[in-house]
Design a protein around this ligand. Structure first.
Ligand SMILES: *Cc1c(COP(=O)(O)O)cnc(C)c1O
Length: 230
């Protein structure tokens, strides 16, 4: 089941790359395993999947400890991160923290995990309810983060408002190109989920974060408990 779904998603990613005139090797699939048991991660890993995304800091810490024998596994922390929980993400040696939206958070990450790479979360739709910085503030924050000793700001991420996919992805793609033109060391553009990753790839995504389409629907009660535990 999981191997079949992974294969199907990967071939859709490859097709979207070809349609966009991009090299499929330039797009990584991050399998979003939040609320799902470690056994499912093992199954995906056995099928060749290496990048996994988690949203809740303690859940990441616990799974990283359980799965420490999977030596090629790369963890991505994709959720909103509070400063007092950075220690858990650092313990898991996350390869990339996707959703950084303040210098203070960046300082804590640099302190706990020197050499870490982060992305700036952009509130691309200007939604009140969402985390992330405004597009206007994005490149200044990226520059400040990248200037911190022990931290690299490797790019941008967004969660677009429902239904605004292509427009939001195009806007984030432009911001990403502007950052590169300013000399920021941007290599990763994290956008696109189960329902819209092909649109994101058309606009330059290098990391697509896919959960439901690989692991199935999440139990809403468990998700809520996870969110509260953060
Ligand atoms: C849960 C989550 C995803 C995966 O969403 P699906 O719709 O299940 O693919 C991607 N990105 C973030 C930030 C998430 O929280």
């Amino acid at each position: 089941m999981i191997p079949d779904r992974l294969r199907a998603i990967r071939s859709r990613i490859d097709a979207a790359c070809v349609a966009a005139g991009r090299d499929p090797a330039d797009v990584r699939l991050v399998a979003v395993s939040k609320t799902k048991p470690s056994s499912m991660i093992r199954e995906a890993y056995a099928a060749g999947q290496r990048d996994f995304g988690e949203n809740y800091a303690q859940e990441l810490r616990d799974k990283a400890a359980e799965l420490v024998d999977l030596t090629e596994l790369r963890w991505h922390f994709i959720g909103h991160l509070q400063r007092n929980k950075v220690k858990y993400v650092a313990k898991a040696s996350a390869q990339l923290v996707h959703a950084v939206d303040s210098v203070k958070l960046g300082m804590e990450i640099a302190k706990r995990q020197p050499g870490a790479s982060v992305l700036v979360e952009v509130n691309i739709g200007g939604e009140q309810s969402k985390h992330g910085v405004t597009p206007a503030d994005t490149l200044a924050l990226a520059g400040e983060l990248d200037a911190l000793p022990g931290l690299t700001c490797a790019g941008l991420m967004c969660i677009p408002p429902p239904g605004s996919g292509p427009e939001s992805f195009a806007a984030l793609g432009e911001l990403f190109a502007a950052g590169q033109a300013q000399g920021l060391p941007f290599t990763e553009l994290s956008m696109g989920m189960s329902g819209d990753f092909e649109d994101a790839i058309a606009h330059g995504a290098t990391l697509v974060r896919v959960g439901t389409a690989i692991f199935g629907a999440r139990n809403p009660v468990k998700s809520l408990v996870g969110a509260l535990k953060g």
